[in-house]
Design a protein around this ligand. Structure first.
Ligand code: TXA
Ligand code: MG
Length: 348
């Protein structure tokens, strides 16, 4: 299959947008930008179309997709028993980087929900995404547009790396603004529960709906406590290289990372380091990069997946990373980084 790349970085091209909408209505796959990461879209209400997504990504069929909508009323078509909390959260955070899990209606096929009786719904805050959803019939299932297990795409080029020749179309809307996937909150239980941390934090949700819980499966040391979002149990976001996080007092972290690099180089390994602007000086490795300033956590979030992909392209064997537990997005950043590291953390 030839994958068509269309450029909408400067402005939306209406003819191409109509074409993309037609592709979706005919059951095809179109990758598109959102404010979080690029999505791989298919008609969410078309069983065969959404099934194609799993094939293109190499995604396990029990890992459900998020349904993207552009207008609030669309929620009534795909969800049932919409609680008051969902209306309040939509009022405050939609369009935006928040996904809500609700009871699904019969209109949503089980291929889209990975066999679950609930459906995850999100209204993205991105002009291209919203126009595409409308052009494609109003309900677009879209996981992140990466091959399963690779870092999520934050640029059209990342999508092309993984999906060229496999999907119908890629809409290039430039680099995304947030860079980490949406916060997922489950509203089907008594107390709203965060299944995946993101830009919208627990405190922000609690300010609107009162007490919100964090899924125990996200942080449990005990591996028998499974995360409630099926996708959170897989080793996601993983670079090809081994990734190890080193945590602790900054000076000691730097010393330890330099020691680890030396030892790895002695073993003949190609090494990389992820540092911050403030700490970049004083590191030695085959490739040392900054993820941004610790004062600017959005930049850290935006750069994370891009950096992991860069290391892949350089055939680095082992990466040592500082920890980036920033005040607001720190939980989401570290959730992704720790997963990418397969939970390998050294405390100094
Ligand atoms: O920011 C985002 O959410 C991006 C953009 C494209 O919108 N999408 C995204 O989709 O991250 P994906 O498929 O990469 O991640 C969806 C996550 C998975 O962990 C999945 O298991 C979970 O959402 N999920 C989807 N439906 C669910 C449901 N009904 N119940 C629990 N978890 C669900
Ligand atoms: Mg994903």
């Amino acid at each position: 299959m030839k994958t068509v790349m269309v450029d909408m970085r400067d402005k939306i091209n209406e003819a191409d947008m109509q074409l993309a909408g037609e592709v979706l209505k005919k059951g095809g796959l179109v990758a598109f930008p959102t404010e979080t990461v690029y999505g791989l879209g298919a008609d969410a209400l078309d069983e065969q179309a959404s099934a194609k997504i799993y094939g293109a990504k190499g995604r396990p069929s029990d890992n459900p997709l998020i349904v993207h909508i552009a207008d609030w009323d669309a929620v009534y078509q795909i969800a049932e028993e919409i609680p008051e909390a969902a209306k309040k959260l939509a009022d405050r955070f939609w369009p935006g980087p928040l996904t809500m899990v609700l009871k699904k209606s019969d209109a949503v096929p089980f291929t889209t929900t990975g066999g679950l009786s609930t459906v995850a719904v999100r209204m993205p805050d991105h002009a291209i995404a919203r126009e595409l959803i409308r052009a494609g019939g109003g309900y677009i299932a879209a996981p992140s547009a990466n091959t399963s297990g690779r870092p999520s795409p934050t640029k059209a080029q990342h999508v092309a790396e993984d999906m060229n020749g496999v999907i119908d179309m890629i809409i290039d809307g430039g680099a995304v603004s947030i860079g980490l996937e949406s916060t997922i909150v489950d509203l089907t239980e008594e107390v709203p529960t965060i299944l995946r941390p993101g830009y919208i934090t627990q405190e922000m949700l609690e300010a609107v709906v009162g007490h919100v819980e964090m899924d125990r499966g996200l942080t449990a040391e005990d591996a028998s406590v499974r995360p409630k979002a099926p996708g959170m149990k897989y080793r996601h976001y993983a670079p090809k290289a081994e990734l190890i996080i080193v945590e602790g007092e900054m000076e000691q972290v730097r010393t330890r990372i330099n020691e680890l690099v030396k030892a790895a180089q002695c073993r003949g390994q190609k090494t990389g380091i992820i540092a911050a602007d403030e700490t970049l000086q004083g590191y030695q490795a085959d490739y040392v990069t900054t993820i941004g300033s610790r004062q600017d956590e959005l930049t850290i979030a935006q750069h994370l997946y891009d950096i992991l992909r860069t290391f892949d392209s350089m055939d680095i064997d082992v990466i040592y990373s500082e920890s980036f537990d920033t005040p607001h997005m720190g939980q989401a950043i570290m959730n992704r980084l720790i997963k990418a590291a397969g939970h390998q953390i050294i405390e100094v």
